[in-house]
Design a protein around this ligand. Structure first.
Ligand code: 5RP
Length: 262
């Protein structure tokens, strides 16, 4: 399943593999979006097919839904699930309080709804996603297409009084046309460089008419699993205050990582 992976893909894979072990029979699980989450979906598909794992999944995008079905995972809607035991997703940045920037893949709205409707949110990421202060990664904000330039102007005006270093917003494009989310909306990427007060910014942005949701996930993530290119995985649980490390090793014979600690 892993083939010849770059160190960054190995890091994503080991984080995903460790998180997949948290899924138990009978669980309702939110599945994130992005390249790290795609590894998770593949790992879970393999567990369904080869170990008989039985769980139902709520995907956070049409892309993830398609992959999940392809690998044999049973997919239901959030309204069918109502509440989830666990959501596992990637992130663009996380800080020491496990506050996040998400939405690099354009799925932040469904991701935030699904993660919030879960007992537990676990983020899987390579070590490069850890930051001291959020904001180097452009903050995605989902807005409705109607009057989007006016919404952009209101956001830029609002940023003047916020604790940020940059204030420009760019419309995310898909070739020559605006990128359109699964909900039919647009995304503005805010180039803030440094977000001094992420909690305040998250609340203020959502007050602007035309804004549907922003990519700051504050007090939503419980655990981060950080993968490294050498197979090391570190699990940090913010509620328990614990940090655990172990190592998955690459087994050349079957091209799969195996858990050396087990
Ligand atoms: C999608 C997201 C992704 O989780 C985030 O962009 C990280 O993606 P990747 O795992 O590909 O680095 O928020 O909307």
């Amino acid at each position: 399943m892993t083939g010849d992976l770059s160190p960054i893909d190995k890091a994503k894979f080991v984080a995903a593999k460790r998180a997949a072990d948290m899924v138990e029979d009978g669980m309702r699980v939110g599945l994130g979006t992005g390249s790290t989450a795609a590894w998770l979906v593949r790992c879970l598909g393999e567990m369904v097919r080869e170990q008989g794992l039985r769980f139902t999944a709520v995907p956070t995008s049409s892309r993830t839904a398609e992959l999940a079905r392809e690998v044999g995972i049973s997919v239901i809607s959030l309204d069918e699930a109502k509440w989830l035991d666990l959501t596992i997703d990637g992130a663009d940045e996380f800080d020491e309080d496990l506050n996040l920037i998400k939405g690099g893949g354009g799925a932040l709205l469904q991701e935030k709804i699904v993660a919030t409707a879960s007992d537990q949110m676990v983020v899987i990421a390579d070590a490069g996603k850890e930051v001291e202060t959020l904001g180097a990664f452009p903050l995605p904000v989902e807005i409705i297409p109607f009057g989007w330039q006016t919404t952009q102007a209101m956001i830029e005006e609002t940023l003047v009084s916020m604790d940020v270093l940059g204030r420009s917003a760019t419309l995310r494009m898909n070739g020559d046309a605006p990128f359109v989310t699964d909900e039919g909306n647009y995304i503005l990427d805010l180039h803030l460089k440094r977000i001094g007060n992420a909690r305040q910014l998250a609340m203020v942005l959502n007050q602007i008419p035309g804004v549907v949701e922003n990519g700051l996930f504050i007090d939503i993530c419980d655990t981060v699993i950080i993968g490294y290119g050498d197979g090391t995985v570190e699990t940090r649980d913010i509620n328990e205050g614990t940090v655990e490390q172990d190592k998955l090793d690459f087994v050349e014979t079957d091209n799969l990582f195996t858990d050396l600690a087990d």
